[in-house]
Design a protein around this ligand. Structure first.
Ligand SMILES: [Cu+2]
Length: 257
């Protein structure tokens, strides 16, 4: 699973989103519950947090109450991500703005210098009132955090950026993060809307409304300049592989640059 690709600007991200949408009719539209019903094939539903929980019907996980998700649609979408972009597009460094924002404890942070500089980061895009795709995005990060162990907060940082900063106060983000046992290596970010919007544009995650956000995770390392956009609900092992690759300045992919 070495496929990856790179983007530096919003146009490329838009193209990416369109590719995802066009790629599979049975793929679940992140924020449209009707999309679930439209899938005609038999689907097995599974919990993002507890993969051993399987059901033929939609519903809540008996262990954590999280909405079950169609396992087949998830794996298909993950395959689309990698199959559709087989060869990585190597590019120059992303320009990460040093915008002043707030973390989940209400502390002022500078996005680049406090969170990104000197670390490998995985960034997802969430809003706390979302009941569809964002909870599984949080659950995925929780599993990545667990698998990272003590690396979380040391050489790797997980970052969740609110795409609805007007609603998502630091307090709301903190409560949301606590549902997923977010530890010190997982920073949740909000702030004044103009600054958040500037950040989202720079990260290729700007959308007209929060509901349009796609389940992506951006994995990169400022020092190596290697950035990958991946399906946000990919298996944690896949995301861990991307995290390792992003920080590996001696790897095969890096040599191709
Ligand atoms: Cu969402």
């Amino acid at each position: 699973m070495r496929s990856r690709y790179f983007h530096t600007h919003t146009l490329a991200a838009l193209a990416f989103a369109l590719t995802l949408c066009a790629a599979s009719e049975t793929r679940v539209n992140a924020h449209d519950p009707r999309a679930h019903a439209e899938a005609k094939e038999e689907v097995v539903y599974t919990c993002p947090m507890h993969p051993e929980v399987k059901s033929k019907k939609k519903g809540a996980c008996p262990k954590c109450k999280m909405d079950l998700r169609p396992a087949r649609a998830e794996s298909q979408a993950a395959e689309v991500m990698t199959a559709g972009h087989g060869d990585s597009q190597v590019t120059s460094k992303m320009s990460i703005p040093d915008v002043e924002l707030l973390d989940q404890d209400g502390r002022t942070i500078h996005f680049y210098s406090d969170l990104v500089k000197g670390k490998t980061v995985a960034v997802n895009f969430i809003f706390t009132t979302c009941t569809t795709i964002c909870p599984p995005l949080g659950a995925t990060f929780a599993r990545v955090q667990r698998d990272l162990g003590e690396r979380a907060g040391q050489d790797v940082r997980l970052i969740s950026v609110s795409v609805d900063p007007a609603t998502d106060t630091p307090e709301r983000l903190k409560a949301w993060g606590e549902k997923f046992h977010a530890g010190p290596g997982w920073t949740l970010v909000t702030g004044p809307k103009p600054q958040v919007d500037e950040l989202l544009r720079a990260l290729g995650a700007a959308t007209a409304s929060p509901q349009d956000h796609s389940p992506t995770v951006l994995v990169g390392n400022d020092a190596t300049g290697r950035w990958t956009r991946a399906y946000g609900l990919a298996r944690p092992a896949v995301l861990l592989g991307l995290i390792d690759a992003a920080g590996d300045s001696t790897g095969k992919e890096a040599a191709r640059q």
